[in-house]
Design a protein around this ligand. Structure first.
Ligand SMILES: [Zn+2]
Length: 244
């Protein structure tokens, strides 16, 4: 259970993995000393399966993606920040209206990467210290609990990058660190055709990452088109939340 929210009767392993996702594998340490963890669904026989995860960093609501997911009954995990929730009450209400489609998980309170020290990451100010990382995670978890009555299971740090030593500390709080295996839009910076092509090329077990907070950029149209094409190709969509 969430280390901030008290206990639970289900064992951690059962609660977290549920047979669906493979435990976190830590990627190579980058030149800047940070890691970008990878996460994939466990291999299974049968049709190609993927999980859709979309980040609601600070920004706006992208109805192109949200409507497509509802129309086609495709489940998605939304990694949401407390800031986004405050800025987008109508978008939040849309997510809450379709709980069978959208599962809200923790992308932090203020979108501060869980990085120690003073460096910037993609121009973002970082949390900087362990207590600040804890408050980033706790603030995000609290906002989700207030909105949904449900404690988030997963945390994806802003920018998806971590100081390696904080990952086991975060997991010791009972929080799962949510990596991914397919970056679709590079921070909503790629044009729609490229985003759609990347998603269409998803391999079995991929955890797809993209953004649902940039409705004015073309990337979001590519996410919608790519997911529609995957579904038309018979791909099955799994929810990370199924693990809980
Ligand atoms: Zn983000």
């Amino acid at each position: 259970m969430c280390g901030f929210c008290g206990g639970g009767s289900i064992s951690r392993r059962q609660f977290i993995y549920g047979g669906l996702v493979t435990p976190l594998s830590i990627g190579a340490v980058r030149k800047d000393g940070l890691v970008e963890p990878a996460l994939r669904l466990q291999p299974q026989t049968g049709p190609r399966r993927v999980a859709v995860t979309l980040d609601a960093c600070p920004g706006h609501f992208d109805p192109r993606i949200a409507n497509l997911l509802v129309e086609r009954n495709i489940p998605a995990t939304i990694f949401i920040t407390e800031m986004w929730m405050r800025m987008n009450p109508a978008g939040l209400a849309f997510f809450l209206k379709h709980p069978q489609i959208f599962t809200l998980e923790n992308h932090g309170a203020r979108h501060l990467p869980p990085v120690l020290g003073a460096q910037r990451v993609y121009g973002l100010e970082v949390a900087g210290s362990w207590p600040a990382i804890v408050s980033e995670i706790a603030g995000g978890a609290e906002a989700i609990y207030k909105a949904t009555g449900r404690h988030p299971v997963w945390y994806r740090g802003a920018a998806g990058l971590y100081t390696p030593s904080v990952i086991p500390q975060i997991e010791a709080l009972g929080v799962r660190v949510a990596g991914y295996s397919l970056i679709s839009d590079a921070g909503a910076s790629l044009p729609a055709e490229i985003v759609a092509a990347r998603i269409k090329a998803a391999r079995d077990g991929d955890v797809i990452e993209g953004h649902i907070n940039q409705p004015k950029r073309s990337s979001g149209a590519g996410i919608a088109a790519g997911l529609a094409a995957l579904q038309d190709a018979g791909v099955q969509f799994e929810s990370l939340g199924d693990a809980a």
